[in-house]
Design a protein. Structure first.
Length: 278
């Protein structure tokens, strides 16, 4: 909102607060109540009904298929997409004693952390960032794993004990990026958003969401993808596993940069097809 107002003199921006089903239900894992789409449904309804012109989502919460008539019209520059490890004792992930408990309700994080350290225990833990940090401090769990982006946006980067390397814990698809949704054909809103769009981020998340589309990813399936540009190349890493962590598959590919959004999505889709069971 600040960026929009700063880019367009005289523009008035009104904030409409929408509490979603995903926000309301905090006592069960997302996989048990319908998946990440629960964070966007009511917000999409507000756009379709004309109560809002645009919606700002954490892109990792946006399912592969949007409600008919809506599009992601802008992806701004991305925050750090990696996962953050926060421990009560200050120990790194590798230093945690055997049997320590880690709080997370993410199947993606669970299967990768247990593949790295099968001697640890995963404890389901939901709630906002403050709630999860407090439960760690109170000893409900020995450590938690959160998105670096969320801690950074809240001014809490100092709480991070360790940033987990992407070769050990591939981030969620779209993690760290915002997706701004609007009505298809709303040229006026798209024109206002254009100055906020970031090409490199848009292409990277298109590749990641291509993986999700190929594997039909949701909260019931541990799926991950991370695309990054290095010079004249874009590298994409992806993961798919069964919910219990078995049949964990990883694939990587590299392709020449630059490429169009449609090409990036196709690259991701093809990588995702390699992960699917035969």
């Amino acid at each position: 909102m600040r960026e929009l107002a700063g880019r367009h003199e005289g523009l008035s921006v009104e904030e409409l607060h929408v509490v979603t089903t995903g926000d309301k239900i905090q006592d069960r894992p997302l996989a048990d109540i319908g998946g990440k789409g629960l964070f966007v449904k009511e917000i999409e309804e507000a756009i379709l009904e004309g109560r809002a012109d645009i919606a700002i989502h954490s892109l990792k919460d946006v399912p592969p298929l949007l409600a008919p008539g809506l599009v992601i019209g802008c992806v701004p520059v991305r925050e750090d997409p990696r996962d953050a490890f926060v421990s009560r004792s200050g120990a790194t992930f590798e230093e945690l004693p055997a049997g320590s408990t880690i709080g997370t309700s993410s199947l993606r994080r669970s299967v990768q952390l247990l593949a790295w350290r099968p001697d640890l225990q995963i404890v389901p833990l939901r709630g906002n960032v403050d709630t999860r940090l407090r439960k760690c401090e109170e000893g409900v769990v020995d450590a938690i794993v959160l998105a670096c982006a969320g801690l950074s946006r809240l001014g809490l980067k100092a709480r991070i004990t360790q940033v987990l390397p992407t070769n050990r814990c591939i981030p969620a698809i779209g993690q760290g990026a915002l997706g701004i949704e609007l009505r298809e054909g709303d040229a006026a809103s798209r024109a206002l958003l254009d100055p906020l769009a970031h090409t490199e981020t848009t292409i990277a998340v298109a590749a990641e969401r291509g993986v999700m589309r190929a594997v039909e990813g949701n909260c019931q399936v541990p799926v991950a993808a991370h695309a990054r540009r290095e010079g004249a190349m874009m590298h994409v890493a992806a993961l798919l596993a069964d919910p219990d962590g078995s049949r964990l598959q990883k694939r990587e590919l590299s392709t020449a940069w630059p490429l169009r959004v449609e090409e990036a999505e196709r690259v991701g889709f093809e990588l995702g097809l390699e992960l699917r069971p035969a």
